[in-house]
Write a protein that binds this ligand. Structure first.
Ligand code: SF4
Length: 361
């Protein structure tokens, strides 16, 4: 066991666990400067349980109904060795897919462990590249390095040899109505698919093949016009791939972060938890409210210490370099005298303050 793995195991202790998935990695890239989230995710700790223990439970998440509906739709599309999916890809996207082999990698023999499934996925993909056969992989297991720690990921399907390339297939139960889908849901699905494409490209490099064998186009399968019928679209992921690749490479190194914690730090529920969390630097932004289970806890902390972060990055940029609410208010109402570096910002704040008083008064 590596030193880092042992360190993370010790930090986690008996705390409830939760593994990375494409959704959490895509969300991680929404706030790449947050050391707190990076370390909690690397230690595979359940952030929702931590937030609950800190007295700030998360207030978002998919409803049980949506989860059940999504699972039922995916099962229907993948029934009988992905027969429906194959017909859809041929008809709807006019893809020239020959007869395909089908491999379910949900388990390897009786073994459902991530490492074993990853090895089997690697082996079968290497064979598929060599043989050039059309192949569909159901529940493949991929791996992506997140700030020095391997995260296992499971795309819905990987299809091989559509014009000589592997394609990630993402199955979502939200509707496409008259050819249009909710842009927020499409963007979220595209970010998740981009994470899978990166992981698949990493695997290709690992087995000595070109990462370009993995297409930047993912296949998004959704429901059609509020029915249960599937429809499919190709989604170009080049922009998402560039953003996620850049963000992942900027994530703070986990080994360096773990080194900064005191020896008795722990994520286990108990009297040391709050101090441990407080010792890890965070970077709260309003976007956290829709992407991280700890959002209410971090917002309360940022408010309590008068941080300007609670107002969002736009405001932080506008007041360039001033990070305390008291300072901003003092400069605005004239009770503080600015240094030369803040003279222009203070001038703008005073104008805004005066206008506000005029409107209010
Ligand atoms: S809510 Fe807290 S831990 Fe999560 S990303 Fe935001 S600042 Fe980081």
């Amino acid at each position: 066991m590596s030193t880092l793995t042992a360190q993370l195991d010790q930090l986690r202790g008996d705390a409830p666990t939760s593994r990375h998935n494409a959704r959490t990695i895509a969300a991680l890239t929404a706030n790449p400067g947050c050391a707190r989230r990076a370390l909690l995710d690397a230690a595979a700790v359940d952030k929702a349980a931590i937030a609950q223990a800190l007295g700030h439970p998360p207030q978002f998440g998919q409803s049980q109904f949506a989860i059940t509906r999504g699972n039922a739709f995916e099962a229907m599309v993948k029934a009988t060795g992905c027969a429906e999916l194959l017909a859809l890809l041929r008809d709807k996207l006019e893809l020239t897919i020959p007869e395909v082999a089908y491999h379910d990698l949900g388990t390897v023999g009786e073994n459902a462990g991530n490492a074993v499934r990853y090895q089997r996925t690697r082996q079968l993909l290497a064979h598929a590249v060599q043989s050039g056969e059309g192949t569909m992989f159901d529940h493949p297991m991929l791996r992506l390095d997140i700030a020095g720690v391997a995260a296992y990921l499971e795309p819905d399907v990987v299809a091989l040899q559509i014009d000589g390339q592997f394609h990630v297939v993402e199955i979502k139960s939200f509707p496409v109505v008259d050819g249009r889908a909710d842009p927020v849901q499409v963007a979220s699905a595209a970010r998740q698919s981009a994470v899978y494409v990166l992981a698949l490209r990493e695997l290709m490099t690992d087995i000595g093949e070109s990462p370009e064998l993995v297409s930047h186009n993912a296949i998004l399968v959704c429901t059609e016009n509020f029915t249960n019928r599937p429809t499919a679209e190709l989604v170009d992921l080049r922009k998402q791939l560039a953003v996620i690749y850049r963000q992942l490479s900027r994530l703070t190194s986990i080994p360096a972060l773990a080194e900064t914690l005191p020896p008795d730090a722990t994520f286990e529920p108990g009297d040391k938890l709050a101090a441990t969390i407080a010792a890890i630097p965070s970077r709260y932004a309003p976007e956290c409210m829709s992407t991280c289970d700890l959002a209410f806890a971090c917002r309360a902390e940022a408010k309590a210490c008068g941080s300007i972060d609670v107002l969002g990055r736009g405001v932080c940029d506008d007041v360039g370099g001033i990070d305390q609410m008291d300072t901003v208010l003092g400069l605005a109402n004239g009770t503080l005298t600015p240094g030369p570096e803040h003279a222009d910002i203070a001038e703008k704040l005073r104008i805004a303050h005066r206008l506000r008083l005029e409107i209010a008064g």
